[in-house]
Ligand binder design. Structure first.
Ligand code: SF4
Ligand code: MG
Length: 329
């Protein structure tokens, strides 16, 4: 079995004031194969970061299961969880925010090693810091400088070196390139790919648009308002997107060829993203869906496998519906 991570019917609700409930993640299931990159995509507020944090056990779950390498993450004791963090690490969107500005680069990178007492002496630890700096495309002269002296892309490299410090198998990258210029984004993505090949890493790569995710992911799950709406291999998501939301996301990616750019259809989503405290009835996407039908407001679409390994939650693919239900509104 090569499924290293299995997320099953995961729910994460936050209790707000006045008895209100924020359904950040609602009944989400997916798995990640060892050595692959699984992309998790959706607008901000769709629950993708919450999934990442719940997988890491940083949040308790409301319901469902997260199983990593045979262990139920939410049943681990504190001691076991501490050990689990040697296997799973996280990279964040804004590395500067997660790096202590008063620490030198070498302190930032070696902190996890110290917390986990990885090395007996300073020399060994420092050698490892130098090695990590080189692995992420920096060099040992950077070790005694401060993170704020570096560009955004370099800071993300420092963040990656820190995440690699414990030699993890699995990395959750939560929008690691969203704050970077497009040219720098490509460099960081290439670095992650190289590291993946060298070290056999598995990635959960979280992003708010599909442009870079296409290049790095083997399979992709698309999220909307706490729900997974489509999941398939990267290539079939691009060649044959089934969910109207996925189609809209794809149509928003700029194409460098002006001839194609001119002729293709742009799907502009109307309206605001609804609040997850008060989600629409039926299909959560219906208030913005250009294809919405009568049934969409009364019935939540099932998660179904429409083609092999291609899952979607949308009534357009439900063959059991009657004529009245499928009337467009
Ligand atoms: Fe649109 Fe209905 Fe499909 Fe939801 S179920 S995406 S509203 S067509
Ligand atoms: Mg986020």
């Amino acid at each position: 079995d090569d499924k290293i991570l299995q997320v099953t019917n995961l729910k994460k609700h936050f209790v707000m004031g006045k008895g209100k409930m924020l359904q950040a993640v609602d009944d989400v299931s997916f798995y990640v194969n060892k050595g692959e990159t699984f992309g998790l995509v959706g607008e901000s507020g769709c629950g993708k970061s919450t999934i990442g944090r719940t997988i890491m056990g940083l949040y308790n779950k409301t319901d469902g299961d997260v199983v990593y390498d045979g262990d139920n993450v939410h049943s681990l004791t504190d001691k076991e969880k501490f050990k689990f963090y040697r296997k799973m690490q996280m990279i964040f969107q804004d590395p500067y925010a997660s790096l202590n500005p008063r620490s030198t680069v070498s302190e930032v990178i070696s902190e996890p090693m110290e917390v986990h007492s990885l090395y007996k002496n300073k020399k060994e630890q420092m050698d490892r810091v130098y090695q990590l700096l080189e692995e992420v495309g920096l060099n040992r002269d950077h070790a005694n400088r401060y993170p704020h002296e570096f560009s955004g892309g370099q800071r993300q490299r420092i963040g990656i070196a820190r995440a690699l410090a414990l030699n993890p198998d699995f990395i959750i990258a939560d929008e690691p390139i969203s704050a970077l210029d497009v040219s720098v984004q490509a460099q960081v993505v290439n670095l992650l790919k190289e590291l993946q090949t060298e070290k056999g890493l598995t990635f959960l790569f979280i992003a708010h648009d599909l442009s870079m995710v296409k290049q790095i992911s083997d399979r992709i799950g698309v999220m909307y308002l706490g729900h997974m709406v489509e999941l398939t291999e990267s290539s079939s998501l691009y060649d044959n997107p089934l969910h109207p939301y996925t189609r809209a996301l794809l149509s928003a990616i700029p194409i460098p060829d002006p001839d194609i750019e001119e002729t293709r259809e742009r799907i502009i989503l109307e309206g605001e993203l609804p609040s997850p405290i008060n989600p629409p009835s039926g299909c959560v996407f219906r208030t913005r869906c250009p294809m919405a039908m009568e049934v969409c407001s009364v019935k939540q679409p099932d998660w179904q496998e429409v083609e092999q390994n291609h899952y979607v939650a949308c009534h357009l693919y439900d063959e059991t519906l009657g004529e009245n239900e499928t009337r467009r509104i």
